[in-house]
Design a protein around this ligand. Structure first.
Ligand code: MTE
Length: 317
């Protein structure tokens, strides 16, 4: 069994100091073994093969940057519904059923709607967007995502003018997600954006990587990518979208509000209470290039800094 400090880096101290949650998180390790056995009891759950996506190049992609290897993007993951170790999601999500899939839209909209994944895939042409991706834990990748701007989807949702925030909820299915049964972190995973952040063209409704549909461990069949924010803002395997007039509760903020704010914009000047955010470890880089300086708004300051004009980013971390 792992010690508290060995439980994935993102787990806040307050969570593992709480005995009930620590016991649940520690049990996740044992839970993985139990699930591996259970997998064989479910032959009806075929592994979905990756499907090619036709993507157009985008002006919003990074230029002249080598993307992280597919192997690293798909084996070094955070997806606590499938366990807390980096290798857990790729091992435990293989039989996760991502088809059929629906995304339910509710809250402050003209009319609640449900979109099937087939509708969503075809809603707009898919683009390849090569973005920097920075996790709050201090590592980074460059990922060639496939998708279209979330704003295009939001237009189809017809939100009311009173909608000021959007909430994204991951599928809530402990029967398929062993991590949910073991670690009690207040499921389903919830994240949110202010409406203007959600409407920003960089914010991507994401269906693929490297020109193929997302592997399960990366959040199939549809996830969010907000490239100027820490990775935990980018909810995976989205099943519900809610338009709200108030800031939604968000999973990591619920667990440790002093460590994970609602905004969570990448900011080398505002350290995490337990580690520096000035530099980052580049996943898959050769040893002599393993650390690099972290950029304000993850390098997207020119595009997004205006969203936060007049805000104290130390208070609104
Ligand atoms: N979404 C859900 N539902 N559950 C999670 O545990 N982890 C977040 C985010 N989205 C997470 C999630 C964190 S901390 C990060 S860094 C990214 O997913 C990781 O995405 P990746 O595994 O594709 O790199």
């Amino acid at each position: 069994m792992r010690t508290p400090s060995e439980i994935a880096e993102i787990t806040p101290k307050s969570a593992y100091q709480n005995r009930r949650q620590f016991m649940a998180a520690a049990a996740a390790t044992a839970g993985v073994a139990a699930f591996a056995g259970e997998r064989f009891l479910r032959p009806e759950q075929a592994v979905e093969a990756a499907t090619k996506l036709t993507t157009a190049k985008s002006q919003l992609s990074l230029q002249g940057v080598e993307p992280t290897a597919y192997k690293d993007i798909t084996s070094y993951n955070n997806f606590y519904e499938f366990g807390t170790a980096k290798s857990d999601p790729s091992e435990n999500a293989q039989h996760f059923k991502t088809y059929p899939w629906n995304v339910k839209v509710s809250g402050l909209v003209k009319q609640p709607k449900t979109f099937s994944i087939d509708q969503l895939l075809k809603l707009r042409p898919q683009e390849e967007r090569i973005y920097r991706f920075r996790c709050v834990e201090g590592w980074s990748m460059v990922v060639p995502w496939a998708g279209y701007s979330l704003s295009e989807f939001i237009k189809e949702c017809d939100p009311l003018p009173s909608a000021k925030f959007v909430q994204f909820l991951t599928l809530n299915d402990p029967s398929q997600m062993p991590g949910m049964r073991e670690a009690n972190i207040g499921w389903p995973y919830s994240e949110g954006l202010r409406m203007d952040e959600a409407m920003h063209p960089l914010t991507l409704l994401t269906f693929g990587i490297y020109g193929e549909t997302l592997p399960n461990q990366d959040g199939a069949p549809v996830r969010l990518i907000v490239p100027w924010k820490y990775g935990f803002k980018s909810a995976k395997s989205i099943a519900q979208v809610k338009f709200l007039d108030k800031m939604p509760h968000t999973t990591w903020n619920d667990l440790a509000a002093n460590e994970y704010g609602f905004y969570s914009n990448v900011n080398p000047e505002v350290d995490h209470p337990r580690w520096s955010q000035k530099t980052e470890r580049v996943i898959g880089a050769p040893i002599w290039k393993q650390r690099q300086p972290t950029l304000m708004f993850n390098g997207y300051a020119d595009q997004v800094a205006s969203l936060y004009k007049g805000m104290d980013l130390r208070k609104n971390y």
